[in-house]
Design a protein around this ligand. Structure first.
Ligand SMILES: [Fe+2]
Length: 377
């Protein structure tokens, strides 16, 4: 069971929380710059953070095998008894991977070849997001890239034990960082809502997250005030809670190649097909539905999404996503991202992540995929 604290200034309680669990030495996983830039560093030291610690920040965005292995080695040599991750989704995922792999004495290669079993929980893990998007603090999985291929570790032991969400840590995000992380939260919430794994509980989380992003993302990007920052922090966490139950679907499945081969940021990559999949999934029929609850149920779920977004149809909702993306400085076409050659498009189409695709409510046919890609060129 996860313990969670939300609110401005909440990070000041970190030293007290760590003292309460009796920790002696901390393995602090942070971004290279975000730890200072978010104000997290000053805040925790001013609040009495006087523990011995080892800081691990020597890795790039989107956890890669070499970096995870470096982290595992460093943790092993450090004698740390507690892990604290302060940063965006990649930082929190990195801490999760290092922790779970170390606890189960596994190297990344055996994980990739599927010959491992997670049997032991790692050290107590605290997650403190400095962006409002990924919601990684709320999920029991972590993404890893090996040789441009995406893998996902999933186990209940991966879920952080303690979460501190302090919206003040997001105050210094640039408009671009706010947009790409916020649109990831929207994609996660929408995908969760139409996922074949959705439940009443997940839909409560995803509904609230969709509404919060629609009402606050443009403000948070263009004219950030504490209120919109707070609501976006809440939205990201709720979307995280939603996908923790349902996992993500087709827009995420299609995004990983754009990220690993073309360096497209995660939020930008997942959002570029979101509107197209809104239409595609709405046109589901009994012959291609993958949700056991049937095509009508899927259509209803998508109409619920549209309604939450203040739209009267899936097509209006798809347009609204595009307008929001343009309004927040995001690209709405592959060309805008510098991807236009036919080889590149083929690569994206052929490398769809099948694991995440299984959660999509409508089977993705080759011709369906071609239409989607054609519409975002
Ligand atoms: Fe995501």
């Amino acid at each position: 069971m996860q313990e969670e604290y939300f609110g401005e200034g909440m990070i000041n309680r970190l030293p007290a929380f760590l003292k309460r669990i009796g920790c002696k030495k901390i393995f602090l996983v942070t971004g290279k710059k975000s730890f200072e830039k978010s104000g997290a560093r000053d805040k925790i030291f001013n609040a009495g953070f006087d523990f011995e610690y080892v800081r691990f920040s020597d890795f790039t965005e989107n956890p890669k095998t070499e970096d995870v292995e470096k982290g595992i080695k460093q943790l092993k040599n450090s004698q740390c008894d507690t892990i604290v991750a302060i940063g965006g989704g990649s930082v929190i995922d990195m801490a999760k991977l290092i922790n779970i792999f170390s606890a189960n004495s596994m190297d990344v290669n055996s994980f990739i070849s599927n010959s491992i079993r997670i049997e032991r929980k790692g050290k107590p893990l605290t997650a403190i997001p400095t962006t409002s998007g990924a919601g990684s603090e709320a999920t029991h999985f972590a993404v890893l890239y090996n040789d441009k291929e995406k893998y996902s570790a999933a186990h209940e032991f991966i879920l952080p034990d303690l979460v501190i969400i302090d919206p003040e840590l997001t105050y210094d995000l640039t408009p671009q960082q706010t947009a790409v992380s916020g649109i990831d939260a929207l994609a996660q919430a929408i995908e969760s809502h139409w996922s074949v794994n959705s439940t009443d509980e997940s839909k409560k989380y995803s509904s609230s997250a969709i509404k919060l992003v629609i009402d606050n993302l443009a403000d948070a990007v263009k004219n950030p005030k504490p209120e919109s920052r707070r609501e976006m922090s809440r939205a990201a966490n709720l979307a995280g809670k939603a996908i923790n139950i349902t996992k993500t679907t087709a827009p995420h499945a299609l995004s990983y190649t754009m990220t690993s081969y073309f360096g497209v940021t995660h939020g930008q990559a997942v959002s570029i097909t979101l509107g197209e999949f809104m239409k595609y999934n709405f046109e589901v029929s009994e012959t291609d539905v993958t949700d056991k609850r049937g095509a009508e149920y899927v259509k209803r779920s998508i109409l619920e999404i549209a309604e939450i977004m203040g739209c009267s149809s899936a097509y209006d909702a798809a347009d609204k996503i595009k307008i929001l993306m343009k309004d927040t400085g995001l690209k709405t076409s592959l060309k805008g991202l510098g991807i236009s050659s036919s080889e590149s498009l083929k690569l994206i189409a052929e490398n769809v992540n099948t694991e995440r695709l299984q959660n999509n409510p409508r089977k993705l046919t080759k011709s369906g995929l071609e239409v989607i890609i054609r519409n975002i060129i």
